[in-house]
Design a protein around this ligand. Sequence first.
Ligand code: SF4
Length: 344
Amino acid sequence: MKEKLLGKTPEELREVALKCGLPAFTGTQIAQWMYVKRVRSIDDMTNISKPGREKLAGMYDLGVSLPIGSAVSSDGTAKYLFKVDENDTAVEAVVIPDADRKTLCVSSQSGCKMGCKFCMTGRQGFHGNLSVAEILNQFIALDETFELTNTVFMGMGEPLDNYDNVSKAIEVLTADWGFGWSPKRITLSSIGVIPNLKKYLDGQKCHLAISLHNPFPDERESIMPVQKAYNLYDVIDLIKQYDFTGQRRVSFEYTMFSGFNDTKRHADALIRLLRGLECRVNLIRFHKIPDFPYESSSQVVMENFRDRLNSNGITCTIRASRGEDILAACGMLAGRHNKSEKNG
Ligand code: SF4
């Protein structure tokens, strides 16, 4: 398989150009075609000579591959499936339009090792890390590419378990020679893989979202095995060492399971845990999945929980459900694809 150009820096692309017998500045031109103009084939790089493009295409792939499936919800949420060549699986990217924003929820791995019990991606097991090209392809291969305003690394996989590729993708997204996005437009969501969380907090200026789901370590561990390796208390201690009063924000994702994590006892423990941290808690309605014992909390219970947090100084909102009619919950569409491939 040929090496992919997508994800390379201008410096790396200058080396590519030299290897192809082209002038070094061609590398800068390739970066512009890929990240600024976002072309879909090497042949579209028309300020490179025809023989130059042929040499380039003989040795490299651009790395752009169009979605193999899509579904659009009645609320405008669009889900796309992308094939992962290495292991013949598929990953999802979801575009969520909201007022003047269009947010891309991007995948970082095919499947996931973390095994959260409420997650369809976790059920599929781990198939591999996405390359930088495969992460960026989810942005570039969409017709909406120039309309995207924000991104959340909240699709399939744990981004901090594929940190090198995710951080390089963030470099391309934020560099002047790349997409030129502000780090404020990017949020990485993690369950709290501490060593790489520290690297992320030290090395990036983007926002952070932590999947919390229960303030009590033993209860959290019963649905999130990662808790054994990386204790939530240590995750919070680490986060409290950083400044979130300025441009960078931290939020906590809290999926509401009836009777499991939605009581006053849980709300009060959450308030104690997050006290002193400038943050937001997002309450998420749960979409029931097979063989998981809990259902979503009711609207009233969620509102009471939200109000208790807000009246105790923790900003809390209930996240609107999007794309319910197209199975937009993480991993559901790709789960279907991967299962039917296996069965077929
Ligand atoms: Fe992995 Fe995230 Fe699913 Fe947990 S919730 S299994 S970290 S994709």
